[in-house]
Ligand binder design. Structure first.
Ligand code: SF4
Ligand code: SF4
Length: 184
């Protein structure tokens, strides 16, 4: 955690992420979120182990996730090995928040540094912004996984239906959360 930064009143990840211990689905504010965490000292391990990239020191001080409208984190290497470089996920709190200036500029900045960005949207799937263009290796990986994508302006848009099937935990609700956790 970067010195001087704390979650404060932010509860952005408490809305978008799943918390298995609480059977908390994706994209629904946790019952304990109220301008911060009402059970901070006793929050479950999933919450204790989680720090977004902003909290770790990335982006500007004023770009706290609840202010910019998306939660950033580094994707595990095991999931993005074929990219051959770091990949960051931006999970939108509000549909389209990464399209507004701060989000778009941040994506460009990371791309220039050789970091790719995957935007996870609630209503329209994922958008991939590759740092070094769409490499042959990535194209082969997309094809091998049967990823349904459309290219627009150097970004790759994957529709919601495909994302729901491929990455169901991003959209888990109360009815399938437990089942999904057992599968992963
Ligand atoms: S999104 Fe980041 S800053 Fe906001 S509550 Fe979660 S960990 Fe804290
Ligand atoms: S328990 Fe606290 S930290 Fe965890 S999701 Fe709920 S409000 Fe956030």
């Amino acid at each position: 955690m970067k010195k001087g930064r704390s979650c404060g009143t932010c509860t952005a990840c408490c809305e978008v992420m799943i918390v298995p211990e609480l059977n908390k689905p994706a994209n629904k504010l946790c019952q304990f979120a109220d301008g911060g965490c009402r059970m901070y000292e006793h929050r479950p391990p999933t919450c204790k182990d989680w720090n977004c990239l902003w909290l770790k020191g990335e982006m500007r001080d004023r770009d706290r996730p609840d202010k910019v409208g998306f939660v950033p984190w580094l994707m595990p290497q095991s999931l993005v090995r074929e990219w051959g470089h770091p990949v960051i996920a931006f999970r939108e709190i509000k549909e389209g928040s990464t399209v507004v200036p701060t989000g778009a500029q941040t994506i460009k900045k990371y791309n220039k540094k050789g970091v790719s960005v995957v935007v996870i949207r609630k209503e329209s799937g994922r958008v991939f912004y590759p740092a070094n263009g769409f490499s042959k290796k990535m194209r082969e990986s997309f094809t091998a996984q049967g990823v349904d994508y459309r290219e627009r302006g150097g970004a790759f848009h994957v529709p919601l239906d495909f994302c729901r099937a491929a990455w169901p935990a991003d959209y888990a609700d109360e009815s399938n959360l437990k089942e999904l956790i057992q599968l992963t």
